[in-house]
Design a protein around this ligand. Structure first.
Ligand code: IVH
Length: 673
């Protein structure tokens, strides 16, 4: 019998519901989502739209009919005195302006302000105080009923066990709401530990935070260092302040951590400006955010505007472009890097991510592919955060068809056919052929890159030709090239050739840290190159240093020391450094090779903490190190000076407890003269 239209519609709605329920369970119960938030939102929006068009098909068990996830088993349930609502989302500036218009209509001519604050990507929790003492901590759960996680909440150091204000009127019964989250560094640490123990990695800090707060053992929670940013305070069932801004300031005084990135805005334009500023700052924050929350400041207006079943009308979330997406792995290719390392790279079905089209993701090495159990043809969840190259988080196993193909690392170098070695205990396979053109190309590109010798115009196409035509055999040969050598090359007009010659010439006066970094010594990144340059002050001195001498440098370990020594022990490399010298490349530190030591600094240990007035931490570090001082990150009895700026935290406390010398930026500058 042919299907009627309404039957097929009912089917579509039911299958959407099933799919949404499955993703909700993966997200809320297992903390292990398969799709990105944006993809989930799209499914949800589609269901909502169909239900709005056909209200007769809405059922009480539809995912649209509830506020959030459901409580997991293992914790006691707690009914929120006032439901913990969610927020409506907006994905572009037009949505924000529409929100502003709605608010202005509701305010009916009365002036009002907005508070813009960061939307922290964690999970919301509610903490209760009786007469100023912490008595309960509850997760949001489905918005109506949450889980009592008091023991776990007690381990969060940024949640005071006792309120600090001493305001009896307010403190009889206080409920504070906020976002529990894990910093990126703690998240990385947890994942590294999980990996070592053979457990699956958490896809993102939010899932890790959710998994942590629902741990049954509070000791594990304490070890994982959750944090909370507070964003709301309620007494009984009402809000005790006339404005949200005042509430945030009270929270801070009461001892909570309130995010410092917040703004009181008198127009939506100021809000938009805040959203844009924060988007550029997003990667510098030590924690994940997924947008900005915009709230009407006046509590009276908030009450007047009210809420729908799901979200208040006086607030909206402005979401930044998604950084996770699912897509298909079309093939896996193997690239050869400058140290011969073979890196498998996944070619992906192109997908929009954080504002760009992504078609490739690095897979790092063979073990990573095994760990992910990734096969060609798989659908994968990928993420693009601070770094440029996106990474594969996991395989979406439910999308497997059985047609996927396992991947094998090649037995020979895919470029030169050379022998591949993978020493015991190492994860990386390398092509060991000395003359592998892929390695040479990668070395040239690295040497010329902006963070190394900055030879603009020496891009992939040109390097390819220089290597193919055997015009260069190492980076030193770049300095022997003449204008006429470029004549026969493709896409090389005379003007670009002379520009390039000028760039190569200019690179000779690049400073020593950039040169050392540009040599591409294994384990020597930009920071290490800077440390080596400042310590030895000339390439010649570095080339003669023993492993012990290098290892003795603070912040440099044995692996780096051995790698540097090995590099200079190679006859070809030593010959290269001589030729760089002869070509007139600067191989000494600015100010000469002699170590300039200042008595006030030589051998002294400094710790920098808090925000300095004018210098960045890196600048202060460079100035101290240039005088022979050392900057360490942990405070100990050996520390000579603590340089403390604004908001100096626990390091300052520890320094004071140890009776160490604490100075401010002005005093440091005086010492520096
Ligand atoms: S206000 C009724 N402020 O975002 C007001 N929420 O998508 C609801 N969130 O469930 C919350 N940072 O978990 C608010 N500064 C912030 C927030 C924030 C993160 C979370 C919270 C909420 C979700 C809604």
């Amino acid at each position: 019998m042919p299907q009627t239209h309404s039957q097929s519609l009912e089917r579509e709605i039911e299958s959407l519901r099933d799919e949404i329920r499955r993703h909700e369970e993966l997200y809320h119960v297992y903390d292990n989502p398969e799709i990105s938030d944006a993809e989930y939102d799209a499914l949800f929006a589609r269901l909502k739209q169909l239900e709005e068009e056909h209200p007769e098909l809405v059922t009480p068990d539809s995912p649209t009919q509830r506020v959030g996830g459901r409580p997991a088993e293992g914790f006691a349930e707690y009914v929120h005195r006032r439901p913990m609502l969610s927020l409506d989302n907006s994905y572009n500036i037009e949505d924000l302006r529409a929100f502003d218009e709605r608010c202005r209509r509701l305010a009916d001519g009365r002036a009002f302000e907005y508070v813009a604050e960061l939307k922290i990507d964690g999970l919301s929790i509610s903490v209760h105080y009786q007469d100023g003492v912490l008595v309960r901590g509850v997760t949001r759960g489905d918005g109506r009923v949450g889980e009592d996680v008091t023991q776990n909440v007690r381990t969060i150091r940024t949640i005071p066990l006792r309120l600090k204000t001493g305001d009896k009127k307010i403190e009889a019964k206080v409920e504070v709401r906020g976002e529990a989250y894990l910093s990126r560094s703690v998240f990385e640490k947890i994942n590294a530990e999980r990996e070592e123990e053979g457990q699956a990695r958490f896809a993102n800090p939010r899932n890790a935070a959710a998994g942590t707060i629902r741990q049954l053992d509070p000791k594990i929670v304490a070890a994982r260092r959750l944090d909370m940013f507070a964003y709301d305070v309620i007494t009984g069932v009402t809000k005790p302040f006339n404005s949200h801004w005042d509430a945030l300031n009270w929270l801070e005084r009461a001892g909570f951590r309130v995010n410092e990135n917040r703004a009181l805005c008198s127009s939506i334009e100021e809000v938009i400006d805040f959203c844009n500023r924060m988007e550029t700052k997003r990667d510098e924050l030590g924690y994940e955010i997924d947008g900005v929350v915009v709230k009407v400041n006046s509590t009276a207006l908030q009450d007047e505007f009210g809420a729908t079943a799901k979200a208040p009308r006086w607030a909206i979330a402005y979401k930044y472009p998604a950084r996770q997406a699912t897509t298909k792995v079309l093939s896996i290719v193997v690239q050869v890097g400058r140290t011969g390392a073979l890196t498998p790279v996944a070619n992906l079905e192109p997908v929009q991510l954080a504002g760009t089209t992504v078609a490739r993701a690095t897979l790092h090495n063979e073990d990573e592919i095994k760990r992910l159990d990734l096969r060609v043809g798989d659908y994968v969840l990928i993420e693009k955060s601070g770094e440029i190259i996106p990474k594969v988080l996991k395989v979406v196993e439910s999308k497997r068809t059985g047609e996927e193909k396992r991947f094998r690392m090649p037995k020979k170098c895919p470029v030169c056919g050379g022998v591949i070695s993978r020493p015991e205990g190492e994860v990386v396979s390398r092509c060991v052929a000395a003359d592998c053109p892929a390695q040479l190309k990668a070395r040239l590109l690295h040497f010329a890159s902006r963070r190394a010798m900055r030879i603009e115009g020496l891009g992939e196409a040109l390097v390819e030709q220089l290597v193919e035509k055997k015009m260069v055999a190492d980076v030193g040969d770049l300095y022997r090239l003449k204008l006429e050598d470029f004549a026969g090359l493709e896409r090389m007009a005379e003007k670009s050739a002379s520009n390039l010659m000028a760039q190569i010439e200019a690179s000779k006066s690049r400073d020593l840290p950039h040169l050392i970094y540009g040599l591409g010594i294994r384990h020597v990144g930009e920071r290490t190159a800077g440390i080596l340059a400042r310590h030895f002050r000339s390439l010649d001195r570095l080339s003669k240093a023993t492993v012990e001498e290098i290892d003795d440098i603070h912040e440099i370990g044995m692996t780096v020391a051995q790698s540097v020594r090995d590099w200079f022990d190679d006859a070809g490399n030593l010959y290269l450094t001589e030729r760089l010298c002869e070509a007139g490349v600067r191989t000494e530190m600015e100010g000469g090779a002699k170590v300039f030591e200042d008595e006030a600094f030589a051998g002294k240990q400094f710790v920098l903490t808090g925000k300095l007035d004018t210098l960045t931490r890196d600048e202060a570090r460079a100035l101290i190190e240039a005088r022979g001082g050392r900057v360490t990150s942990t405070v100990s009895k050996k520390t000579d000076y603590i340089v403390a700026g604004d908001d100096a935290g626990s390091k300052l406390d520890k320094a004071q407890a140890l009776g160490l010398r604490v100075i401010d930026e002005a005093a440091l500058k005086e010492m520096l003269g």
